[in-house]
Design a protein around this ligand. Structure first.
Ligand code: ATP
Length: 202
């Protein structure tokens, strides 16, 4: 059976931490493919402004160009209105009816899972691969998620990444660049170059 990883994010910008966890999950779970899914542009004007999806998508494509197991999809960019993970998973389920699907996420995102659209149905349709992040340990998981997480860890539908933490965030990178320094050591080379050429985050 094929194992497919779905990796949603803002990717503003995509960084070495994203690639690190995607590679580590692919190795540990035996994922045949990891699909990066950059979030679309906000459909509410009052939502925090972020870099246009076009740039975030291009950077993601550059970052994964040398990784045969990785792909980028605009699936979450092209839908009208709010984009729910629930709907994304239905789309990939239809496309790969026989595959085992894994949603990749950091432990900070896991803490919000009980606020996601139709989360209780979602968790029955997709497995979860969780990468631990600084400041978001499993004993801080909200009460609503306790039973599901306990069961999932036991029956294998939730896996915690074994590879060590890679402590970097897009927020940190945007701050470093805004302060006039370069963040090249935290970014895939072509992404660092693209950010410079396009004048992003200054
Ligand atoms: P921001 O700082 O803008 O919030 P981010 O670095 O968290 O960005 P996102 O695009 O929001 O990046 O992340 C997509 C997914 O990857 C989320 O589930 C997030 O938890 C996870 N993630 C991002 N960076 C790491 C990291 N260094 N280690 C583990 N998980 C990470």
């Amino acid at each position: 059976m094929k194992n497919i990883g779905l990796f949603g994010g803002t990717f503003d910008p995509i960084h070495n931490g994203h690639l690190h966890i995607a590679r580590a999950f692919a190795d540990e779970i035996g994922l045949d493919m990891v699909v990066f899914l950059p979030a679309g542009d906000p459909y509410h004007k009052e939502q925090a402004t972020k870099t246009p999806a076009k740039h975030r998508f291009t950077m993601a494509e550059m970052a994964i160009a040398d990784e045969p197991r990785f792909a980028v999809s605009d699936c979450d960019m092209v839908r009208e209105g709010a984009t729910y993970t629930f709907d994304t998973v239905q789309i990939f389920r239809q496309q790969f009816p026989a595959a085992r699907l894994w949603w990749l996420l950091g432990s900070d995102s896991l803490m919000q899972l009980h606020t996601w659209h139709k989360w209780q149905t979602l968790v029955r349709q997709v497995n979860f691969a969780v990468a631990m992040r600084e400041g978001a340990t499993l004993n801080q998981v909200p009460r609503e998620l306790h039973a599901w997480l306990g069961d999932g860890l036991q029956n294998g539908s939730v896996k915690i990444l074994q590879a060590p933490l890679y402590d970097v965030s897009s927020t940190q990178i945007r701050q470093v660049i805004r302060s006039g320094k370069d963040a090249d050591s935290l970014l895939p080379q072509p992404v660092a170059r693209y950010i410079r050429n396009q004048g992003l985050y200054r």
